[in-house]
Design a binder for this molecule. Sequence first.
Ligand code: GA4
Length: 315
Amino acid sequence: MATSSQTPFGSQNLPTINLLDPRSIVSNEIVEACVELGFFKVINHGISYEIIEKVKKEGFNFFGKEMFEKSLAGQASSTNPLGYGYKNIGSRGDMGELEYLLLSAHPSYIAEKSITISNDSSQFSSAINEYIKAVNALTCKLLVLIAEGLNIQDTSVFSRLIMDEDSDSLIRFNYYSPTSNNAEIGFGEHTDPQLLSLLTSNDVDGFQISVQNDEWIPVPADPNAFWVNVGDMLQVLTNGRFSSVRHRALTNSSKPRLSVIYFGAPPLLASISAPPEMLSNIGYSLYRTFTWAEFKDNFYRQRLTEGRLNYFKNE
Ligand code: GA4
């Protein structure tokens, strides 16, 4: 277990939010976890085991196919990140020991794309779309609780961004085959650019978060829970009260690891600026106003580890 004198957190006591607890307790606990770590686990989230297992099963089916079949899903490239990817991440040469399938979370995109992904495309698209609907609702719920915990009057100010039917949200399947060496870098260190990311996995460990400098905390797998990452957009929208969490995934030498991540993102043309209540602590906005399209255009040209927000800071 990673422990340190600087942080009270280790693998065994990462913040766990029980959504069945009283609402005001839950909203305060979430805000505390987001301020301290930018990361928490949600249990009793209301999404059925069947919905989650179905989507993992589709993931395993896909990665179990021959390479040429997987490539039919469209190969993720430096110009288009969506589709099937093998080892190459992004456009600037980042590499990892993984395979992935990155898809837009629009129901119509999933329905169309499923024909190239699965032999039973209607089963694939109904499993994925059912899952997306459920995780989107859960993400919205968490964003409303966050706004409540921050005493923001307009409690849907964050959730509206990802509820919008033009939201640029994504779903990603990452598959880490066992490697001969334990703990190779599967997905290198980075923060997620979006508002919130909800991650679920099979029962294999490998996910880690970074708290201070070079200290990594292994996050134990829990197939029934969601792990929630604060992304760069929520850092901006809270005017730096929350920080996006740095995380990475390592491989395992005996078992494959599958994770499924939903990235809740704003619509391309949404303008990103913190609500007035978030400016009162320091009296000004740390970041200039920009659109998600502008931010996205910028980060897709960067390396995985780069500090994406520096360019958007107010002088
Ligand atoms: C990290 C979070 C999501 O997986 C992702 C990633 C994207 C990609 O894989 O194409 C990026 C990465 C992620 C941030 C910096 C850029 C873009 C790879 C990369 C080097 C889909 C996303 O939105 O940003």
